[in-house]
Design a binder for this molecule. Sequence first.
Ligand SMILES: Cc1ncc(C[n+]2csc(CCOP(=O)(O)OP(=O)(O)O)c2C)c(N)n1
Ligand SMILES: [Mg+2]
Length: 552
Amino acid sequence: MTQTPNPSTARARALVTALVAAGVRDVVLAPGSRSAPLAYALAGAAGAGWLRVHVRVDERSAGFVALGLARDRPTAVVTTSGTAVANLHPAVLEAAHAHLPLVVLTADRPHELRGVGANQTTDQVKVFGAAVRGYWEVPADHGEDTTLVRSAVVRAVTAANGTRTRNPGPVHLNVAFADPLTPDGEWSPGQPPAPWLDVHPSRPAATVELPRGPRTVVVAGDGAPSEISEVTERWGWPVLAEPSSGVRSSSFALVAGRVLLGIEELAGPVERVLVLGRPTLSRSVSRLLARTDVQVVVLSGHADWADVAGTASLVCDQVVVPGEPSAQEQLWWLRWADAAAAADRVLNSARGLDGTAVANLLLGTAESTVVLGSSMAVRHADLTAGVGEELAPELVVANRGLAGIDGTISTATGLALAGRQVRALVGDLTFVHDVGALVRGRLEPEVDLQVIVLDDGGGTIFATLEHGRPEHQGTFERYFATPQHLDVAALAAGFGARYALIETLSDLGREVSEPVRGRSVLHVRLDPQQERARAVELVRELETAVRGALVD
Ligand SMILES: Cc1ncc(C[n+]2csc(CCOP(=O)(O)OP(=O)(O)O)c2C)c(N)n1
Ligand SMILES: [Mg+2]
């Protein structure tokens, strides 16, 4: 006869069952004692093939691993109580701004142990503040009825998916467990549970007709509505798409969009701009969107939308543009296409190893998923490659929600665990920020992840901003660039990852033509001074070439 499980064990099993019923298939778990009932229940569920459990020691990293997995479907991350919970905050914030369904499950002491000096006990109630789409509390003492647990989980996962709200994002379930925390016997669950609640979206997407006529450009940022790339083909307008927008595969997407938009002869005549997703990478896009003489139309697949300057006059899900491009529209497109062709010639002219060339090569040949680190990695990619190529939109990923330089290797690991082959392009500081994510648990499966480090003596991006001006030279190195003593080879070796020094573009070409197998680190050593100068010079060169093409 089977014994009735103790309350914490019963609650944990009910929680895990409800998560699976609600569609969660991956859980990232960091170890702890208060969360033990969940660990045992997850082990049982994983044994029955209900879900996969990925075990990580560092909760900050675990949060980002779950974030990477959450790109494909809702993913849960489980921690014990105390500082473990707070370590999830960066990933929760990124998920909030990137609209990713991250289900945070934190273990807590029973509420009567708060504020009385109990070990590893703090106030976890709404600890993530406004960053989560919802907070649910499962108390330790609500009896044996599991309906409440089911109800909380289904509401939490529904909120994470944004099914009713069209506002996907992170959610927090804080679950109190009373002793005993260990089960009395093993759990061998049978068939996976069927969904017990069928939740439908609250209303269909709204479509608005947009007339042809005004000189229009499309700017696309991260989080652009999916499948929009194809639609842009019918519009016939120039598309200036950031790498992670999913819109660069449009045959109307142009390279060096941010340079083109910085040229008055091109940007000046723009009368209307269609914004897809949330562009964050360039000042020329922000300037365009701040203009009051331009009609700004925002397409958002979510409840909220990006309109930093407050200039938008229309927000909708989709637009239909009637008819074919007029002769005038075709000329407008050709003018931009010629300008981009001139930029493309500069970008593809023979040159040595620099950040842009690395990004160009990597995205130009991408069959695997490419994760772009914040800072120059994503900007190099933005300037150059992967435009109009056969690049599946979902292949380029970047944490643009808050553009942190933290958690990039962890995010890439999550994507690899989702079954993708992943190459991550990161700066040296971005690398060291999350280098701990290269560690592999002895009992965890290997992941196929290649990290390409642009090692350029710290934060090159700051050299491209005001801080790089000669009058700030005295503070630049120590307070902004922050070069580190980094032995990348030794670090890779310490984590058991393969290391290769990349000295030429053909070295890199060889590496990226091979499939990604296991963890590897490709080390691109760059001269800091040259790289900083190059970042500024290349933009000047592109501007000159584009202006030249417009005069011809
Ligand atoms: C978590 C976090 N801390 C600080 C910053 C501010 N920041 C932006 S870029 C950058 C330097 C990045 O250096 P590196 O990774 O070497 O990239 P590079 O600029 O050289 O391309 C810093 C510190 C940030 N974006 N995120
Ligand atoms: Mg750097």
